[in-house]
Design a protein around this ligand. Structure first.
Ligand code: BES
Ligand code: MN
Ligand code: MN
Length: 464
């Protein structure tokens, strides 16, 4: 039943990529206020295409949350005419992207999509516009091959705030979850473990993203006149930061590890069997002289099943060229923690805040703010949808699927599972060297096309 759709997709490969390029030209950077218009334009582009291929009830849903009072819109569409005996699949993706800086490290500009060596380079190529587009193109192929009908009922939800915490979609799920009701959610926003190795991601880390502000004097002060008496917020901040983790990478926040669940023996055994070359990973992916982190845990455990804490930047003070002798009045650090089952963002933030306040040096005031958060999640693999997905990918890739976790976060996945009780499939086609969030992000085009075929086979298999 899917062979006509596969043929259609194969004949349209070039057009599918050209359309994706048009979407990638829109710099829909959700965190930058100057791009609100672009973000909305990207939403409109997707809505228009969903309408064109035959989806119904296509609309933009406005969002608002505490952190984003004028949120970026959700794109919604459905086609529910397959019949009550057929399952309903919810397709999820996000059309917003991370900022593209540092720009001078891009070989071709981030918003001028360019093909090189079978890859499509652009910000958002794989995270997540390209992967979301696979869903749209799989649906288009099925419509085209089946006289405007789909083998299953489908809802589509595409968000524009994933990269800034996804509060808008979370509020929508809380208030209008019934509008997204489905038997299974399909998420394509993760990676394959290795080239040619079909992969289902069965777990994600959660996170809390925070700002830590340290205030010293009433204003910036001359460091000659006041150096020696006035507290320096940057030094204080550095002192706090060095007390967050020990040299081995263990987080020093009291109680932080209390709720950390150990992966099952089965999982640990399966991870050991994965084709992982630590030295290659160190050299080509990380590019540092050594890997750091908690002793006694493998790299995969450290990135998938252990919490971590990172400092992203410390804005403030004098950072221009040359020299300026000043004691800044304030210093800021952007600090996030990745969480694993069974930690909760609320508890982790409370522990962090209490600890930071308890170690604040004399003479400064500190403020700890939560920017956004998301729950960690491990999904079940024991359902017919997982079997359909692995069958579909075996048909396309010719090998068995591996099950992995991801170290990254997709905040809404936890809500799909917990709030809506939906089994959720994370069937992603990125590669470890696709440079997500980094310069020269790319999507390996063979995986874009194999992804489309896997997804349309999946739809056909779950219909049966
Ligand atoms: N697609 C990623 C998450 C991801 C990447 C999961 C690789 C598994 C493997 C997503 O777009 C992302 O980057 N999420 C942010 C979420 C945050 C801003 C709340 C992240 O993980 O930093
Ligand atoms: Mn993503
Ligand atoms: Mn991302």
């Amino acid at each position: 039943m899917s062979s006509k759709a596969i043929e259609f997709a194969q004949h349209q490969q070039e057009r599918f990529v050209e359309e994706l390029k048009s979407l990638l030209r829109i710099p829909s950077i959700s965190t930058l206020p100057e791009h609100v218009g672009d973000v909305r334009r990207a939403a409109g582009f997707i809505a228009e295409e969903l309408r064109r291929i035959g989806m119904e009830n296509v609309r933009l849903i406005e969002t608002a949350s505490a952190s984003h009072p004028n949120g970026h819109p959700l794109v919604y569409a459905d086609w529910l005419r397959a019949g009550a005996d057929r399952p309903t699949v919810l397709c999820y993706g996000h059309y917003d992207v991370q900022p593209a800086e540092p720009l001078d490290e891009w070989i071709s500009p981030p918003f001028e999509p360019t093909e090189r060596n079978g890859n499509l380079y652009a910000r958002g190529a794989v995270d997540d516009k390209g992967q979301m587009w696979m869903h749209v193109k799989a649906l288009e192929s099925l419509f085209a091959a089946n006289e405007g009908r789909l083998p299953v009922n489908v809802r589509v939800i595409v968000e524009g705030e994933e990269e800034v915490g996804g509060e808008g979609i979370a509020a929508f799920v809380r208030e209008h979850g019934d509008q997204l009701r489905a038997d299974v959610a399909l998420v394509s926003d993760t990676e394959m473990f290795a080239p040619d190795l079909p992969t289902l991601c069965v777990g994600l880390r959660g996170m809390i993203y925070t700002e830590l502000e340290v205030r010293g004097g009433r204003t910036d002060l001359h460091s000659g006149m006041y150096g020696g008496t006035a507290p320096n917020p940057f030094v204080a901040l550095a002192q706090i930061v060095t007390k967050l983790k020990d040299e081995e990478g263990r987080i020093l926040i009291p109680g932080f590890y209390d709720c950390v669940a150990r992966p099952t023996e089965e999982e640990l055994k399966a991870w050991k069997a994965l084709p992982f070359d630590e030295e290659h990973y160190r050299k080509t992916e990380v590019g540092s002289s050594e890997l750091t982190g908690e002793p006694g845990y493998s790299v995969l455990e450290r990135t998938w099943a252990r919490p971590t804490l990172d400092v992203h930047g410390m804005p403030g003070g004098f950072i221009g060229a040359g020299a300026k002798t000043v004691i800044p009045a304030r210093a800021l650090a952007k600090i996030s923690m990745r969480l694993v089952p069974d930690q909760t963002p609320t508890e982790a933030f409370a522990q962090y805040k209490a600890y930071v306040e308890s170690i604040a040096p004399r003479g400064v005031e500190i403020e700890v703010r939560l920017i956004h958060s998301g729950d960690p999640i491990v999904v079940s693999t024991d359902n017919p949808y997982v079997r359909a997905a692995t069958t579909a990918m075996r048909e396309v890739f010719g090998v068995e699927t591996v099950f992995v976790r991801g170290g990254g976060s997709i905040p809404i996945v936890g809500d799909f599972v917990r709030e809506l009780g939906m089994p959720t499939l994370m069937m992603g086609f990125g590669l470890p060297d696709d440079n997500l969030h980094a310069p020269n992000e790319k999507f390996h085009l063979a995986n874009f096309h194999r992804g489309i075929e896997s997804i349309l086979r999946f739809f056909s298999l779950v219909a049966a």
